[in-house]
Design a protein around this ligand. Structure first.
Ligand code: CDP
Ligand code: MG
Length: 701
């Protein structure tokens, strides 16, 4: 919406300021996006339908352009009962925090407004929007949270669910929730967007909603398979990079690997091998890409390939080594070669352990297709699949397994209960989760006291649902005032919500790092070590150079501090007292550990005579993860995370006492339904001791 006044000054209708030159530069680029030419048709279809499904290849302009088309076309003002006008908004959901932020920034730039004003974003623990916001990008779980206080989502006129082919847990739940909301709000519109999806299934679910297709502009991509299965995909990937660089014409390379460590390792090896080839080949820029990478490092993937050393010399090349971030939701121009070993690291849930952990799995056919598509964005490309064609045809699943089948649903069930959805069995899931997983979630919430025996949300459960945290952590926060240590539990919860706060610089001797880490180490375990780091950070005035000197991640700490503040607000809303344990007192750390146990009593492991740990009730053999900072092996520990790599590990562990288990969680440690094991015999003795003490107390009285 461009207004021209007087001396041809062009004014941005959103903020009344003249448009910048950058606005016009970007506008020229936007006009070349495939979706640009379908604006009118799209708006027509939207006008005549309440729900619409839009499919288009990555990079066609769905996420950035569609919301702006709608913004220009519809009237966001609605009459309000008190005769004023209320401004409504457009919401666009994303499954990931990183894209939510980056895409909203891009759109703010395209509209030539300041981020946080007309265009904003909202992710867990960070709201960058204001009264003026009309277009809000938010993670899918945040929209679900908004529905908890605004069940009909009345602040929105249009809701766009983006990247739905990822089938993230919150998006799947939103499908069911929004279907109900749409019935009650005929004025609300829903756009479901995706790079690729099972059209038939989606149309069936959304009651025959029309499908709007945006033709992509993909160039042909030639696909190569290996003749024999590769024994070591990492080694094969590196070898293929070197081959392409020596033999193929100019064009950047994108390699898909599974995680940070593997990617950093591959980057080092690729750089070394290519350096060994000397002048025969052109210079390379090898860039890693994964979600926990610092933003300025992430920016590097957009830098151009290095120029040849001299005129006529072999061309330079950019080599991006990425997780599946680069599969659909991040577009890197200039990629001509894709190397796809066929694996992805995914979350998985085993209701029998029960634990959620990351593991490496073969990708789906849909993923393989997306990956190869990355090679044909700017010119014809090549994709090297490091598996056989036979394996592609016979072994790969057609679609990625939806997250709802791979998750612990305790948090989801708590949210649904808070939304007033009690009948989970009849909830309109696109793919209903396994009954065993739902049952486990209900059981866990009942043990935590969030649900009563009828499955109704309790007062405690209501409060817990307000915290955007795992239920165990919410529980320990809510009860922490009873242990006189809510301030400390707040700090620990915040530290558990951010990425690892320790840095292991690759180029430094590990000794210096170990020494730094030892300074913060607490004899009772990792949670208290995290608390020490947080306290030290505050005592050193939140100083970035102090963090640097102590191998502590400044950004993680800063972010923990922000999370903590938000949690304090939630505590205040429910009049939960902020109090500190007396650090001079004998029981200071005992109180903190007991408060943690009140949330974590289902994540306990017992040291067996064999020297292994066994998880309580589920009897899984586990080891303390080597990163722990204990100097001994305690008889009982609580753990934050189960980790299944080459061995089964438990991570972030803290030493607790057996007596506390029978005191704090007797309902869970009810020995009548306890499997036979060493822990049971120890607990029996502890119960006997407790009885004896009670008797003695009675006699004394
Ligand atoms: O959603 P879809 O994959 O269809 O495309 P998009 O995210 O709307 O991106 C369209 C174009 O906008 C990309 O090809 C990029 O040129 C540009 N873009 C960008 O420069 N920075 C972003 N954070 C996102 C998009
Ligand atoms: Mg997109």
């Amino acid at each position: 919406m461009v207004k021209t006044i007087g001396n041809n000054l062009i004014i941005n209708h959103w903020n009344g300021k003249p448009y910048s030159q950058r606005y016009f530069d970007i506008l020229d680029k936007r006009k070349t996006l495939p979706i640009w030419h379908q604006k009118y048709d799209f708006l027509q279809v939207l006008n005549h339908n309440q729900t619409l499904i839009l499919v288009g290849e990555t990079g066609t302009g769905k996420t950035t352009q569609i919301p702006q088309f709608i913004l220009e076309a519809i009237d966001l003002e609605t009459p309000h009962p008190d005769h004023k006008h209320k401004k409504m908004m457009i919401a666009v959901t994303q499954p990931r925090r990183l894209t939510t932020m980056s895409v909203s920034r891009r759109v703010a730039e395209e509209m030539d407004v300041t981020i946080g004003e007309e265009v904003g974003y909202s992710i867990r623990f960070e709201d960058c929007s204001s009264e003026r916001t009309v277009l809000k990008y938010l993670t899918d779980d945040m929209l679900l949270r908004e529905a908890m206080t605004d069940p009909l989502l009345e602040r929105y006129k249009v809701i766009i669910l983006d990247e739905v082919h990822e089938r993230s847990l919150a998006t799947d739940v939103l499908f069911g929730v929004l279907k109900e909301v749409l019935k009650k709000r005929p004025d609300l519109k829903l756009v479901v967007m995706s790079a690729a999806l099972e059209t038939h299934k989606f149309r069936g679910y959304f009651l025959g909603a029309p499908l709007f297709k945006v033709p992509g502009r993909l160039h042909p991509v030639e696909i190569f398979y290996t003749h024999e299965p590769e024994r070591d995909y990492l080694e094969a990937a590196i070898r293929t990079v070197v081959q392409i660089h020596t033999c193929e014409p100019a064009g950047d390379i994108l390699v898909f690997l599974t995680g940070e460590e593997e990617i950093e390792d591959a980057c080092c090896k690729i750089s070394k091998e290519i350096a060994n080839l000397g002048d025969q080949v052109g210079p390379v820029k090898v860039v890693p890409l994964y979600s926990t990478l610092l933003p300025d490092m992430q920016q590097k993937i957009f830098e151009p390939a290095p120029p040849p050393v001299k005129e006529g010399a072999p061309p330079g090349r950019k080599i991006v080594v990425s997780t599946n971030i680069a599969e659909t939701w991040l577009t890197i121009d200039g990629i001509v070669y894709v190397i796809d070993p066929g694996f992805v690291k995914q979350k998985i849930y085993n209701p029998r352990i029960p634990a959620e952990y990351l593991a490496v799995f073969p990708i789906s056919k849909a993923s393989a297709h997306q990956r190869s598509g990355r090679a044909g964005r700017t010119q014809p490309g090549k994709c090297f699949r490091l598996y056989t064609e036979r394996s592609f045809n016979n072994d790969l699943q057609p679609q990625t397994y939806p997250e709802i089948f791979r998750s612990n649903l305790a948090n989801t069930v708590l949210t649904l209960k808070k939304l007033g959805i009690d009948d989970l069995v009849h909830f309109d899931f696109m793919d209903p989760p396994a009954p065993e997983t739902l049952l486990r979630a209900l059981e866990m919430l009942t043990y935590l006291g969030a649900l009563d025996d009828e499955g109704t949300l309790t007062k405690l459960g209501e409060i817990m649902s307000e915290f955007p945290l795992d239920p165990q952590i919410s529980k320990m926060l809510v009860v922490s005032p009873e242990f006189n240590c809510s301030n400390e539990i707040l700090s620990i919860s915040a530290m558990l919500s951010v990425p690892n706060c320790f840095i292991w610089p690759r180029d430094q001797a590990n000794k210096a790092v170990d020494e730094a880490k030892a300074r913060f180490g607490h004899i009772h375990g990792d949670h208290l070590t995290l608390l020490n780091v947080y306290h030290a950070y505050k005592q050193n005035n939140e100083d970035a150079s102090w963090c640097y000197d102590n191998f502590v991640n400044y950004r993680a700490l800063k972010s923990a501090d922000n999370v903590r503040q938000q949690l304090v607000h939630i505590m205040a809303r429910f009049n939960l007292k902020l109090c500190s344990t007396d650090f001079n007192g004998r029981d200071s750390y005992v109180n903190i550990r007991k408060a943690m146990l009140a949330g974590y009593f289902m994540q306990v492991a017992h040291l067996e005579r064999t020297g292994d740990y066994l998880t309580v009730k589920n009897n899984q053999v586990v080891q303390l993860h080597p990163s722990n900072c204990l100097d001994h092996k305690p008889e009982w520990v609580i753990y934050n995370q189960y980790d299944q790599t080459s061995q089964n590990y438990i991570r972030t562990v803290t030493d607790i006492r057996g007596e506390w288990l029978v005191d704090i969680a007797p309902h869970y440690y009810d020995l009548s339904n306890f499997p036979q094991c060493e822990a049971k015999r120890v607990l029996e003795k502890l119960y006997q001791k407790q009885e004896k003490e009670k008797d003695e107390a009675r006699i004394c009285k």
